[in-house]
Structures are given as structure tokens and as C-alpha cells.
Design a protein around this ligand. Structure first.
Ligand code: NAD
Ligand code: MG
Length: 397
């Protein structure tokens, strides 16, 4: 390092080809790109053309596709560049274990669990977008981060907002956290209307631009359900301290209520790059080219209580937290199967919650996990039961 030069930060992005991944690369570009960051590894799944393009542009050392069938294609796309190539689950672990001080965990779903955990165990700071890590394996995951010695920096916009306004030295005075929810595209729809919606309408989020699965989870409010459980683990809250309020404009990203009656909120335009930038730059605030809030144009902010009859996912999250043990892993595994079946047009929109609840009722008393094997076993069993229900319902339809 020459005198006066800033040390470059080494970063890995798990899930670089997704919505969070591409936004992260944009933030890195804004924060100085290759002059400020060294990219240890990038990972994707089927989209190897994009992955190869990203790896070349960022000067990554290693590019990994989770899809073993795409290994040769990725290798061909990166031939002559000197960028290493790997594939499959072992490749993802290799990416996570590469020496990088910070890992952006942006794989979608339970597939992100093992690599994110591997990064946490070796002591990397984890910028966490993959909420499923906390939903399925909360206590184990948090313990792994602590044992590794890295920081856990929430990227999910609500939790990032709370992280920004939660006064660490006043934790004893925190009464509640209030997660805001846009209400999604069916906020004002009746149950009858919701019964027949398709994945194409469900994915059309009113405010945020996100990946397919989380967009549909937002429409069913399963996303908020996962976020309640995520908040419990991130901030050490009791279930009764976690509130959800529907706020259609998505300008207040979440709030913390204190014992003196004060409520602190973080506001901004709905753009994930603010949360990503905060997580990557913490404790500093980066300079980002994102849209600024114009309060005069905004003119009003609306709020309403969530309707748990139309959005039962919220009730299921509370039930899972009350039951404890591995109920949240059951909820998540069952929900992922139901979500995929909905995307494939095999079950209806409202059936996602019905299937999840049926699986939760079939797997009630499951003690807390003592290892990741326990988590994977319970996740697998929840998926197996959920698939049986999907097959039965599809056959009956
Ligand atoms: P996405 O679908 O756009 O991207 C997912 C990424 O994971 C891609 O890089 C994809 O290649 C990779 N991937 C998919 N299946 C995989 C598998 N089986 N194995 C390994 N890699 C796989 O998803 P996203 O919207 O970017 O969301 C990523 C995570 O961040 C999710 O957990 C989501 O809940 C969370 N999150 C996203 C947003 C958002 O704005 N998109 C906001 C908050 C939280
Ligand atoms: Mg969120």
C-alpha cells in the first residue's frame, strides 16, 4: 500500500445476479468500484452470462454457479480471464470461505443458509439480505456470527431502518419495534378477488422493485411474517414487542418506540441501495446517488392495521414464535414449497397460507435445533409434507 492510499475492502456477494446482488454492485460502483473494493467471489445460479459479465467487470477472483449443469458454460464464458470458476453447493461454500472481510448474503431462500453460515463461522461481517437464515436457523445463525466475531448488518429495508434508529445504549428503554408493510398489490382486494390472482399480478409490487419470490411474498404478506421472525432474532425482541402497520407509501421503512413515548423512524425513497450502502459502509454514511424524498410532493403518509383474515401469514408468524422450537423453520420450508407451486400455477394464492398452516399443525412440537443438521432435517420434512398437500390439491383441482 502506498502512503495515503486507502486499503481496499474485500467483499464477496452471494447471489450477485439477483435484485439485491445487482443493486450491491451498483452501490460498489458508486463507492469507488475497483479503486475501493476487491471482489473475492461472486455467485449466481442459472444466469451464467450475467454472472460472467459481472465477474469480469468487477475483477472478481472467483465466480460460482450454484447450478452444476452450468459449470462448463461459465468456464467457457470466463476462459482466458484468469477468473477461477466453481459450481454447486461446494462451490458456494468455497465462495463463502474465501478471505473477504464482508459477505453480502443475497441468495434467495433456504439455499442461502449453508454458505451464509460458512461465512459467519469464519468471522466475516455479514450484510444480511437472506432473511431465511434467521427464520429457519435464527438462534444457531446468531450464535455462529458471535462465535466467528463478525458483525451482522441487516440489509432488509425494515431491519436496516431499525438498526439505524435503535439506540444501542438505550436498549433497556426500547418498548416495541414497528415494522411497516406496503400491503402489496392486494391491500384493498377482497378474499374472493384474491382467490383467483396469478403470479403475474401478485409479483407487481406497488413500490419496491425486487426478485420474483419476495415480491409474491410481499403480496401475501408472508414477507412481513418472515420479517417479524427476522426482527425477533436481530434485535432480541419478544413476539409481543413486534408490531406491523400497513403504510402504503413505503416511505417510513420502520420505527422503534421508546419508554418515553418517542418513536424514531427512518425514512427515504423506496430504494434498496440506501440500505445496502448503509450495511456496507457502517458506521459511516456513504454518499449515494439515490432519489431524495420530496415532502411537498409526498403530501401525506397513510397507515392502517393489517387485516389478518385476508393476510393470515402474520398470524402464522406469531404462532410460530409463540410455539418456539423449530416452528419458524417449518413455516419457512412449507411456505417455500407452496410459493413455488403458486408460481408454477399448481395452487391458488390463498392456498399458500393454508398449506403452510396445515404443515405447521402437522409438526407442532419440535424442539429447538442443536445443529444445522436438525434445521435441514426439519426443513426437509416440512417440504415433504407440503409437497404431498400440493400434489393432492393439484390432483383434486
Ligand atoms: P433474486 O431472485 O432476485 O436473486 C436471488 C439470487 O440467488 C440470484 O443471484 C440467484 O442466482 C441466486 N439463487 C437462486 N436460487 C439459488 C440456489 N438454489 N442456490 C444458489 N443461489 C441461488 O432475489 P432477491 O430479491 O435479490 O432476494 C435475495 C434475498 O434478499 C432474499 O432472501 C430476499 O428475501 C432478500 N431481500 C430482498 C429484497 C429486494 O429488494 N430484492 C429486499 C429485502 C430482502
Ligand atoms: Mg423488507
Amino acid at each position: 500500500m502506498t502512503s495515503g492510499a486507502q486499503a481496499k475492502r474485500r467483499l464477496t456477494i452471494l447471489g450477485s445476479t439477483g435484485s439485491i446482488g445487482t443493486n450491491t454492485l451498483d452501490v460498489i460502483r458508486q463507492l469507488g468500484g475497483r479503486g475501493a473494493f476487491e471482489i473475492a467471489a461472486l455467485t449466481g445460479n442459472g444466469n451464467v452470462a450475467l454472472l460472467a459479465e459481472q465477474a469480469k467487470a468487477a475483477g472478481a477472483e472467483l465466480a460460482v454457479t450454484a447450478d452444476e449443469g452450468q459449470y462448463e458454460n461459465l468456464k467457457a464464458a470466463l476462459a482466458g480471464t484468469g477468473i477461477e470458476v466453481a459450481a454447486g453447493r461446494s462451490g458456494l461454500i468455497e465462495a463463502a470461505q474465501r478471505d473477504a472481510s464482508c459477505v453480502m448474503a443475497a441468495i434467495v431462500g433456504t439455499a442461502g443458509l449453508a454458505p451464509t453460515l460458512a461465512a459467519a463461522r469464519r468471522g466475516a461481517d455479514i450484510a444480511l439480505a437472506n432473511k431465511e437464515c434467521l427464520v429457519s436457523a435464527g438462534d444457531l445463525f446468531v450464535a455462529a456470527v458471535h462465535a466467528g466475531g463478525g458483525k451482522l448488518l441487516p440489509v432488509d429495508s425494515e431491519h436496516n431502518a431499525i438498526y439505524q434508529v435503535l439506540e444501542e445504549h438505550q436498549r433497556h428503554a426500547v418498548e416495541r419495534i414497528i415494522l411497516t408493510a406496503s400491503g402489496g398489490p392486494f391491500r384493498q382486494s377482497t378474499l374472493t378477488e384474491m382467490r383467483d390472482v396469478t403470479a403475474a399480478t401478485a409479483r407487481a409490487h406497488p413500490n419496491w422493485s425486487m426478485g420474483l419470490k419476495i415480491s409474491i411474498d410481499s403480496a401475501s404478506m408472508f414477507n412481513k411474517a418472515l420479517e417479524m421472525i427476522e426482527a425477533k432474532h436481530l434485535f432480541g425482541m419478544r413476539p409481543d414487542q413486534i408490531e406491523v402497520i400497513v403504510h402504503p407509501q413505503s416511505v417510513i421503512h420502520s420505527m422503534v418506540g421508546y419508554s418515553d413515548g418517542s418513536v424514531l423512524a427512518q425514512l427515504g425513497c423506496p430504494d434498496m441501495r440506501t440500505a445496502i450502502g448503509y450495511a456496507l459502509s457502517h458506521p459511516a454514511r456513504p454518499a449515494l446517488d439515490v432519489e431524495r424524498l420530496d415532502f411537498a410532493k409526498l403530501s401525506r403518509l397513510d397507515f392502517e392495521a393489517p387485516d389478518e383474515e385476508r393476510f393470515p401469514a402474520l398470524r402464522l408468524a406469531r404462532l410460530a414464535m409463540q410455539r418456539g422450537g423449530m416452528q419458524s423453520a417449518v413455516l419457512n420450508g412449507a411456505k417455500e414449497v407452496a410459493l413455488e407451486a403458486f408460481i408454477d400455477g399448481r395452487v391458488g394464492f390463498l392456498q399458500m397460507a393454508e398449506i403452510t398452516e396445515t404443515v405447521m399443525e402437522a409438526m407442532t412440537a419440535i424442539p429447538a435445533a442443536s445443529s444445522m443438521d436438525d434445521v435441514f432435517a426439519v426443513d426437509g420434512e416440512a417440504r415433504r409434507i407440503a409437497k404431498t398437500i400440493v400434489e393432492r390439491d393439484a390432483a383434486a383441482a
